[in-house]
Write a protein that binds this ligand. Structure first.
Ligand code: ZN
Length: 245
């Protein structure tokens, strides 16, 4: 019998269901937020990998170029040694000898440069590998979260539907003067913030504001009253004892 339902019981039940909805919706939202932040981490890691890869490619190209210079220097040296054997004049011979010793000196420097460049590129490649690992890890994490979310989402959604159904059944039991205030609060503050229980005989359970004795008297008369501080519709706990003054 709906008319015989005590408004206090109905308000308490509605509050409980509203809080369940807040919790369930929170789980959905947190899941979606986690997915979003993990997707963003993947993007960040992709960019990081691109950056170190292009840096590595530059170092690698530089090392290759140095190796080419060494090879070119070797070719020049061989050519001049050949020319030296075929030199016709003393002047030509001397000029070639000078050239050869210059090339030989240059070869030592070029060799060192090439080795250094190769080492640098090889060492830097560790950065590419770790960036790649980071990227793979973040992708794995995202996929795990995604499948866990996909698994839990339908269950949460069906729980939400079930709670909403129970809620509707309770809401229709509210007397009209309660219903009007309650509906307005749900619209403006959301269901989870629409109600508060009186705690420790005279404090708002949501904002801890002290409730005037007159307001408590109104509640005892089964009339609606809201907290003057947080605006929630107030109800008393089952074991409430009204103390005047
Ligand atoms: Zn309050």
């Amino acid at each position: 019998m709906e008319n015989s339902s005590d408004v206090r019981d109905v308000l308490e039940r509605i509050h409980e269901l509203q809080l369940q909805l807040v919790e369930l919706n929170g789980r959905l939202r947190r899941g979606a937020l986690l997915l979003k932040s993990q997707a963003a981490a993947i993007q960040k890691n992709e960019t990081a990998l691109q950056t170190v890869t292009s840096e590595y490619q530059k170092l690698h190209a530089y090392a290759k170029q140095k190796e080419l210079e060494v090879a070119q220097n070797d070719l020049n040296l061989a050519k001049r040694k050949e020319q030296l054997r075929e030199a016709k004049t003393n002047k030509e011979y001397q000029a070639l000898q000078l050239q050869i010793s210059a090339d030989e000196a240059a070869r030592g420097v070029l060799d060192d440069e090439a080795l250094e460049a190769i080492e640098k590129a090889e060492k830097f490649h560790a950065n590419v590998e770790s960036a790649n690992q980071e990227l793979n890890k973040s992708r794995e994490l995202y996929e795990n979260t995604k499948s866990r979310y996909a698994e839990s989402k339908p269950k949460i959604e069906s729980d939400i539907a079930a709670v909403n159904e129970l809620l509707t059944k309770e809401e229709v039991k509210l007397p009209r003067e309660f219903k009007e205030i309650y509906d307005r609060l749900v619209r403006s503050m959301g269901g989870g913030e629409s109600l508060a229980v009186v705690e420790n005989q005279r404090y708002c359970g949501a904002c801890n504001h002290q409730i005037p004795i007159n307001s408590l008297a109104i509640i005892m008369q089964k009339k609606p009253i809201t907290c003057s501080s947080c605006a929630r519709l107030l109800y008393i706990p089952k074991d409430f004892v009204f103390e005047k003054g």
